[in-house]
Design a protein around this ligand. Structure first.
Ligand SMILES: Nc1ncnc2c1ncn2[C@@H]1O[C@H](COP(=O)(O)OP(=O)(O)OP(=O)(O)O)[C@@H](O)[C@H]1O
Ligand SMILES: [Mg+2]
Length: 391
């Protein structure tokens, strides 16, 4: 069998988790982050830092954080200091307790996941750091989901650096799309946070093009991607300024080229990739939803699909449909307030769109629609999770 030609030199370069060596247009922000933590690097037992990093989807926050971690650990070791960096996603580890337990495991200390109170956990955490003479920097990625669930967690994080008196052992980097979550916390927490903040702008078309060019060099074989294709992918993604979307487009376009046995990625492959990819819609988002949030989303999608022409349904209709779905599945439906909270959460995540209707036929009520994806697509995605929903 003859070897099939592939446009890819190294596909793995384009997966979201890959940490690129070159990061065009984020040099200044990287430097600024390093500067903030320079004190910790040089005098890790005397200094502690707390930095906020915010920016829209795909603006490079997670990437910057992970690169920062490697740099800081290395620089600290040049000063003879033991600094460790740990990245957690608060959407996956949803409580401070879970996060600190994970930190302890990361540091090589066992800790039972149940049976002990938070104070005991804190104590073990500090004993481990002090005993090992380690300064731990934790990057709390998507920290807003942690703060939404438990607003006091932010207070605890800011106070962690004050708990150990003899030596500084803890710093934090708080990552989120917006700084809205700060509105949920009290003023004293805010005042200790307000200082060091870096906010990233969405990427421009030109910047996305540069990012794509840079990543393509390692990802594709020489001469296998037309410049026009990179430009088109950058242009499409520039509506959102989202580098993840741009990279996903070119990756999919590469797959399309391979499937068609083409020697080059052409703009047509990019267009096809775009058609295969609902903009900004991320399946992972659905996986993180709670069971009742999924049930609510299925109910909303079903209703919108049925009423083909309507762009919006009322919150009352959504709730009724959700109650019926729960009943048909033998699941106890949540009460009104919880359903309302879940709907707000879905809206906050950008999966549904809510708006207050004017004083029309139905009076003032919250209207729900889907902005980025069709009801049909959502139902398709959710169908595979229905077993889970039922479970
Ligand atoms: N300047 C850059 N150069 C090269 N690649 C980049 C750059 N900025 C972002 N990327 C890549 O784009 C993708 C998205 O970046 P990242 O995951 O850091 O976004 P994010 O800001 O954390 O988004 P989200 O809020 O959705 O989590 C990653 O694959 C990342 O490596
Ligand atoms: Mg991220």
């Amino acid at each position: 069998m003859s070897q099939r030609h592939s446009v890819f030199r190294n596909e793995s370069v384009l997966v979201p988790e890959y940490i690129p060596s070159a990061t065009p247009h984020r040099g200044d922000q990287m430097k600024a982050l390093e500067m903030y933590f320079q004190g910790v690097v040089e005098r890790s037992d005397r200094m502690s830092q707390n930095v906020l990093l915010s920016g829209p989807v795909g603006s490079g926050k997670t990437m910057l954080a992970k690169k920062l971690g490697t740099t800081l650990e290395k620089s600290a070791s040049l000063y003879g200091n033991r600094v460790k960096f740990f990245h957690v996603n608060c959407r996956i580890d949803r409580s401070l307790q879970a996060i600190l337990t994970k930190c302890l495991h990361f540091l090589g200390h066992g800790y039972p996941s149940r049976g002990f109170g938070f104070e005991e956990l804190l104590q073990s955490f500090f004993e481990a750091l002090t005993g090992d003479k380690i300064h731990l920097i934790v990057a709390f990625d998507e920290v807003d989901s942690l703060v939404t669930v438990d607003p006091s967690s932010l207070y605890t994080i800011t106070r962690l650096r004050e708990i150990s008196q003899d030596a500084q052992v803890f710093s934090s980097l708080l990552i989120s799309k917006t700084l809205d979550y700060l509105k949920m916390v009290d003023l004293s927490t805010l005042s200790s946070l307000q200082w060091n903040s870096i906010s990233l702008d969405p990427y421009s078309l030109q910047q996305l093009y540069d990012i794509l060019s840079s990543r393509s060099q390692d990802a594709f074989n020489d001469g296998c991607v037309e410049d026009d294709s990179l430009e088109l992918a950058a242009e499409i993604a520039s509506t959102y300024g989202d580098a993840r979307y741009a990279l996903d487009l070119i990756y999919r376009a590469g797959r399309m080229a391979d499937v068609a046995d083409a020697s080059m990625i052409t703009p047509e492959h990019v267009r096809r990739a775009k058609a295969s990819l609902p903009p900004q819609f991320k399946k992972e988002e659905l996986a993180y939803l709670g069971r009742h949030q999924r049930l609510i989303l299925i109910s909303i999608s079903n209703l919108l699909k049925k009423s083909d022409s309507a762009a919006y349904i009322t919150i009352g209709e959504a709730e009724k449909s959700y109650d019926a779905l729960c009943e048909s599945m033998g699941v106890t439906a949540n009460h009104h307030t919880q359903v309302w909270n879940d709907i707000n959460e879905l809206s906050r995540k950008g999966i549904i769109e809510t708006q207050i209707s004017g004083k029309g036929v139905r009076g003032r009520t919250t209207m729900i629609g889907l902005s980025l994806v069709s009801a049909e697509q959502l139902i398709d995605e959710l169908r595979s999770m229905v077993a889970d929903v039922r479970g």
